[in-house]
Ligand binder design. Structure first.
Ligand code: BDR
Ligand code: CA
Length: 315
C-alpha cells in the first residue's frame, strides 16, 4: 500500500534531498509540499521546492506557502550560519531557473487541514523545519488532532548536543513553543533528531555518481550537496554531510531503520536551554508514551537505500 505524505520543508539542501528520497520511494505518494521558514525565508523555500520539482520533472506536486515566522516574533531572518551551511539561496549557491509555475493559492495550513480530513491515518505528515504550520493547523481546526496519522519529524536532540548551541537543534530553535505544543498534543510523533541523523553521512563518493550520470538533475544535486559536504567537513569536522531530512522520509517508509525510545517529551522554553528537547517529567509516570525518539539507526542500510532511491530519481 502506498502512503500519502506531505513534506513540510524549509528548502534547504537536505530538504531537497528529502524531496528526491520521497519521489524515489514507490511506497510513498507525495501529495504536496508545504513551505516553512528556517534555512531560508518561507518565500525562498517555496521558490526552491518549485524549482527542484521542475528539474525532477514533477510539476504535478503542488507547493503551498506556509506561515512566515513564529508567533513569538514579528518576522524571521535566517541565521547567518544558514547561508554557510546551505548557501544564501538555500541550494548551495547553485543557480537553477525559477519554475514556470507558482505556488498554489490555498495556504499550507488549509492544505494540511483538508488533507488530514481526506486521508486521516493514511496520511503521514513529515516536517523537516519549524513546527509552526502544523500547530497553526491545530489551532484553526482542532478536530484534525483526533483523526491525524503519525507525524515523522526531523528535529531535536535527546542524547547528544544541539547544532545551534549545546542544547538546541535548528528546527526546534525556530519555534520552540510550537514544537512543545506538538510534543504535548497527544499525537504520535516519531522524532528523528541529531541522535541518529549525525550517524548518517554522505560523502563526495556518493555525489560523484550523480554527477557522472550526466543528467541535469544529477549535476545539480551533486553540486548543491558538495557545498554542504564542504561546510560540514570543514566546520563540523565530520567525514561527510549529515542526511537529516532524508532520514525522516526513510523512517516514514521503513521505521525498522531506527530504534525508538518511547517517551513523553517537551521543549524547554525559558533560559539558556530554550529549545532543548527533553523528557517531560509531568508525563513520566503515564504508561502512554506519545513520542518515539530515534536513538539508534542502521546507518549502513539507510545509506544503501538512500543511494538507490535518490539515484533512481537523479540518474
Ligand atoms: C535541520 O536544520 C536544517 O538546517 C536542516 O534542513 C535540517 O532540517 C538540522 O538540524
Ligand atoms: Ca530542513
Amino acid at each position: 500500500m502506498t502512503r500519502k505524505i506531505i513534506l513540510d520543508l524549509d528548502t534547504g539542501i537536505d530538504d531537497a534531498l528529502a524531496i528526491a528520497y520521497a519521489l524515489g520511494s514507490p511506497e510513498l505518494d507525495l501529495i504536496g509540499i508545504t513551505a516553512t521558514y528556517g534555512n531560508v525565508l518561507v518565500e525562498q523555500s517555496v521558490r526552491n521546492s518549485l524549482a527542484v520539482l521542475e528539474i525532477l520533472g514533477r510539476t504535478d506536486v503542488p507547493v503551498f506557502i506556509g506561515v512566515s515566522h513564529s508567533r513569538t516574533a514579528d518576522s524571521f531572518t535566517p541565521a547567518r550560519i544558514s547561508a554557510l551551511v546551505h548557501g544564501g539561496n538555500g541550494i548551495g549557491e547553485v543557480e537553477i531557473p525559477d519554475a514556470r509555475r507558482v505556488a498554489e493559492r490555498r495556504s499550507a495550513v488549509d492544505f494540511i487541514i483538508e488533507s488530514v480530513h481526506r486521508y486521516g491515518e493514511d496520511l503521514i505528515y513529515i516536517p523537516t523545519g519549524a513546527s509552526t504550520n502544523i500547530v497553526a493547523a491545530f489551532e484553526k481546526d482542532p478536530t484534525i488532532m483526533d483523526v491525524m496519522g503519525p507525524i515523522v519529524m526531523m528535529g531535536g536532540a535527546l542524547t547528544v548536543e544541539g547544532n545551534v548551541n549545546r542544547w538546541t537543534e535548528a528546527n526546534i530553535s525556530q519555534d520552540p513553543e510550537a514544537a512543545d505544543l506538538l510534543f504535548r498534543s497527544g499525537i504520535e510523533v516519531i522524532m528523528v533528531g541529531l541522535d541518529v541523523t549525525h550517524q548518517t553521512l554522505l560523502t563526495k563518493a556518493g555525489t560523484s555518481t550523480w554527477r557522472d550520470s550526466g543528467t541535469e538533475a544529477g549535476r545539480f544535486y551533486a553540486d548543491m550537496t558538495d557545498y554542504y559536504i564542504d561546510f560540514e567537513t570543514r566546520a563540523v569536522d565530520i567525514a561527510g554531510c549529515a542526511l537529516h531530512d532524508p532520514l525522516a522520509v526513510a523512517v516514514a517508509v521503513d521505521p525498522s531503520l531506527v530504534t525508538l525510545l518511547p517517551i513523553n517529551m517537551r521543549v524547554d522554553l525559558e533560559g539558556p536551554t530554550r529549545g532543548r528537547t527533553i523528557g517531560d517529567l509531568a508525563g513520566l509516570a503515564n504508561p502512554v508514551k506519545t513520542v518515539g525518539a530515534a536513538v539508534e539507526v542502521d546507518a549502513e542500510r539507510f545509506l544503501e537505500e538512500f543511494m538507490t532511491r535518490v539515484g533512481s530519481v537523479l540518474t
